[in-house]
Design a binder for this molecule. Structure first.
Ligand code: SF4
Ligand code: SF4
Length: 310
């Protein structure tokens, strides 16, 4: 399903983690997957959301006083009753501590370009550019294609970070001609495990990856970098990493980026009132040790795929 216009979560400059050089990253709201460990849970849904940050809240109760449907209550451990909240955002307007925030912004392409334009000198000096991220930018192919075309007219290097769940023919027609890099997330090779942890099966994702690999190996093809987020007890298990390494080798891919697990998503989920057994799971609460990352990298070396820390 394609959505016509995205909400933008954020536009962040000075990123050194989302491609070559210094980059400006545009985060789109909405994703066709629903991974239990999603690192940007505020990007899962396509619509507006309300976030409450208990650490910032000073307990002034201004929000409670303006909330007409009485969705806010001190005796609710989440503070916000999401069944009652109508997303009017009056609480955001009166909050003096920035503890209540509206998540999502409706922006025109020209507004996005104006923000990016001021970062062009950094792109030029560092070999950087713009990264489309999320969420999933391909959910909004016509919007992102128009945005990419405009970036190319400004001679800006472009990169997409994608989960791979998209209509491949439309991607080749609309977006591919305006991309310089594709960072492609692979999670679980077993389809049933993928369905269990990411809500959808992975056939289309793996098929699209094969297509993009073939295209990248042709003259003028767009460089593709597979990435695997190492999630404790889920994607980092040996059988999954061996299957992933074998899959990459079959597709003549020689490089992979492994993303060392961090637990920052747990707090972000709680701000949005998202609770699951995974947000409470003790092994999800700590940073992944470097020694485990090295073990995971070694698995790929056995398949002659060079892994790098990301
Ligand atoms: S967004 Fe509106 S309805 Fe929701 S909690 Fe805030 S004031 Fe209440
Ligand atoms: S208005 Fe802001 S600071 Fe005051 S109680 Fe509500 S969330 Fe907390």
């Amino acid at each position: 399903m394609e959505f016509k216009k995205p909400l933008i979560l954020d536009i962040k400059g000075n990123s050194l983690d989302d491609g070559p050089g210094i980059r400006t990253v545009i985060f789109f709201k909405g994703c066709p997957l629903s991974c239990v460990w999603c690192h940007n849970p505020e990007c899962k849904g396509t619509g507006y959301e309300l976030a409450w940050d208990r650490k910032e809240c000073i307990g002034c109760n201004s929000c409670i006083n303006v909330c007409e449907p009485a969705a806010l209550a001190r005796d609710n451990p989440d503070f916000v009753d999401r069944h009652k909240c109508t997303l009017c955002f009056k609480c955001v307007d009166v909050c003096p501590a920035n503890a209540m925030t509206e998540v999502g912004r409706d922006m025109e392409i020209e507004e996005v370009i104006e923000i990016i334009r001021k970062d062009i000198p950094f792109f030029v000096t560092s070999g950087g550019g713009v990264t489309l991220s999320g969420g999933e930018p391909t959910l909004f192919m016509r919007f992102t294609a128009d945005l990419l075309k405009k970036l190319k007219l400004l001679n800006i290097q472009t990169l997409i970070e994608t989960c791979g769940q998209f209509d491949c023919a439309a991607f080749f027609e609309l977006m591919y001609p305006y991309l310089d890099f594709i960072y492609y997330d692979i999670k679980l090779i077993d389809s049933e495990e993928h369905r269990k942890y990411c809500r959808v099966s992975n056939e289309r994702i793996l098929d699209n990856f094969r297509e993009l690999c073939r295209a990248s190996q042709r003259k003028g093809g767009v460089e593709i970098l597979p990435r695997i987020a190492l999630i404790p007890g889920i994607t980092d298990r040996r059988h999954n990493l061996e299957a992933a390494a074998s899959f990459l080798k079959e597709n003549k891919i020689k490089k992979v980026a492994l993303l060392q697990y961090n637990p920052l998503w747990v707090e972000k989920s709680k701000k949005l009132g998202i609770h699951s057994s995974y947000t409470e799971d003790a092994k999800m609460a700590t940073w992944m040790p470097l020694s485990h990352l090295k073990e995971c990298l070694a698995i790929f070396q056995d398949f002659e795929v060079v892994g790098s820390r990301y």
